[in-house]
Ligand binder design. Structure first.
Ligand SMILES: [Zn+2]
Length: 540
């Protein structure tokens, strides 16, 4: 090896790479319409929805109304709601007064004959009908048949938006406080929706209305219909009602598989505190797609097997010890449903955290080493091609790095904190501070900075707002010393990291400027704790 000076090394390490071009295509006008929180959304605050609909399985149609109560936050004469362009607006009423409206793709601007006043509450009835279009990964609203040939109708519309099947203020920032869901369906079918079951009423015309009450704030996309020939069994965990709905043929398998519910809830409660929707209970409902975190009514389609659809999803064996859909989708009750992102660009708050919760479940059941192995098994799914956080104000889901890189980042943050007692308190308090709120990444960063009395902003920014991982550069020379620094897009990036021998790590605190330290180990002998910090290492 050539004798080199630190200065020469610095030159050798000059960053030559430029970020690759964005792989995200240009957004559509619909993405902007749905993604922006403009004047006619910001001028009001949702209080209550009563969605009251009739579903005709033969015609694959839906008709009814959403009664929307809101409080004005400014004087104005117009508000912005959403309904898919292929569904008809039958009328929009305030009391008996029909309101004018204007449609623009999926947006519906509702105009009032006189000014609505700041601070006052108003109620409108939005009547609509039509045939929802099946779309997206999980169907939007899908009219299917179960294997026995019975109607099986489900909704799952996180990406497409709830307005693919019902009218609402279809954005992420403003969650309605409470909601009633009334679903009228043919007598032989069952509807399971979110919240507490309030009862059913025979309407006398071959239809029965099922009433559900959601007693907590809820994201629009979490509102769900699950209509089928379900059978029901129940259990309790302390005071928490557990209810399970499956097709009759799967009853025995479900009773076995759903036993995982209790250890799962116990694990998450031990980290974060109580189950967030205690009054609404916890439900698992069989559906014909993989699964979805519908609040208090988790959709389950994992075939009553472990792993992800019986696959060893992470490739290290641990995945096959539990049912991925039960563990992941239920984790969203804490992150996604209780703590919610206020904009889809911050969706890592849902998916990064919930994927991290999987590893916490593993840690609770199998210990720390397996948890670390589990987290690191997700490295193979990371692309590092786009920042995790996408452009705000455009409605489109970030790419899958928000799951796996998000998780690896949180595991890294734990190592930065470097004190598990502090870490467990921190994640619990973070959850408790923001439950039932809609937050942005800035809120997360502010919380961690304040609690740790450190400015971790460059670390958050490098992992969430930049595509590339930070690289630890280690430069060895023959005088028994080693120079080290971070190569990162964030100039102020500074993160401690453990190097040396795994049985006796040395904690160093590199910045993006060179530092030098004595080093007895050779270039080949020096290891870096890359299971604890998600980084790359460049030795020279
Ligand atoms: Zn998820």
């Amino acid at each position: 090896m050539l004798r080199t000076t630190i200065l020469a090394l610095a030159v050798a390490f000059v960053q030559a790479s430029t970020p690759p071009p964005s792989t995200l295509g240009p957004p559509t006008r619909a993405d902007f319409l749905r993604g922006q929180y403009g004047r006619y959304r910001a001028n009001n605050d949702l209080l209550f929805y009563h969605l009251d609909i009739r579903v005709d399985p033969e015609k694959k149609s839906i008709a009814g109304q959403n009664t929307i109560r809101f409080r004005m936050l400014a004087d104005d004469t117009r508000i912005q709601l959403d309904l898919a362009a292929n569904l008809s607006i039958d009328r929009i009423l305030m009391g008996a007064t029909p309101l004018k409206y204007e449609r623009d793709l999926g947006t519906v601007y509702v105009d009032f004959p006189s000014t609505l006043r700041n601070g006052r509450e108003y109620t409108i009835d939005f009547h609509y009908s039509g045939q929802p279009e099946e779309q997206g990964r999980f169907g939007g609203m899908a009219f299917r048949k179960d294997p026995a040939g019975n109607h099986w109708i489900t909704t799952a519309c996180e990406d497409d938006g709830a307005s693919v099947w019902w009218p609402n203020k279809d954005q992420w920032r403003d969650e309605v406080e409470r909601m009633q869901i009334s679903v009228s369906i043919p007598n032989n079918l069952v509807d399971v929706s979110n919240g507490r079951f309030m009862g059913k009423t025979d309407l006398g015309d071959g239809y029965t209305r099922w009433d559900w009450l959601v007693q907590y704030p809820i994201n629009n996309y979490n509102v769900a219909l699950n209509i089928g020939r379900y059978e029901h069994f129940s259990d309790t965990l302390g005071n928490l009602p557990l209810d399970f709905y499956v097709l009759p043929a799967n009853m025995e398998k479900a009773k076995k598989q759903f036993a995982q519910t209790k250890p799962m809830l116990d694990a998450y409660r031990s980290y974060f505190g109580e189950y967030p929707f205690e009054k609404d209970g916890f439900k698992l409902i069989e559906v014909p797609y993989a699964g979805m975190e519908h609040q208090s009514a988790v959709a389950y389609g994992n075939g009553f097997v472990n792993g992800y659809l019986d696959r060893d999803w992470t490739g290290i064996g641990i995945s096959l010890t539990f049912d991925f859909i039960i563990i992941h989708e239920s984790g969203h009750e804490w992150f996604g449903n209780a703590v919610s992102a206020a904009d889809v660009s911050d969706m890592w708050i849902h998916e990064g955290w919930t994927t991290y919760l999987e590893s916490l479940y593993v840690e609770k059941l199998f210990g720390h080493d397996d948890a670390i192995r589990y987290v690191n098994s997700y490295k193979s799914k990371v692309q590092n091609r786009e920042p995790i956080i996408t452009q705000r104000g455009i409605h489109r889901q970030p790419q899958q790095d928000m799951y796996f890189k998000g998780t690896l980042f949180l595991n890294t943050l734990r190592s930065v904190v470097n004190n598990d007692t502090v870490w467990w308190e921190l994640v619990r308090d973070f959850y408790q501070q923001f439950k039932y709120q809609n937050i942005m990444t800035e809120d997360v960063v502010r919380f961690f900075n304040a609690r740790l009395k450190k400015d971790l902003t460059p670390i958050f920014d490098q992992y969430l707002r930049r595509a590339a991982l930070p690289a630890l550069q280690l430069a060895f020379n023959e005088t028994g010393s080693m120079a080290y620094k971070w190569k990162a897009d964030e100039r102020a990036f500074a993160m401690p990291v453990r190097i040396g021998r795994p049985d006796n790590w040395t904690l160093i605190e590199p910045t993006t400027d060179w530092k030098v330290m004595p080093m007895r180990l050779s270039k080949d002998e020096v290891e870096v704790a890359t299971d604890l910090y998600y980084i790359t290492v460049e030795k020279q």
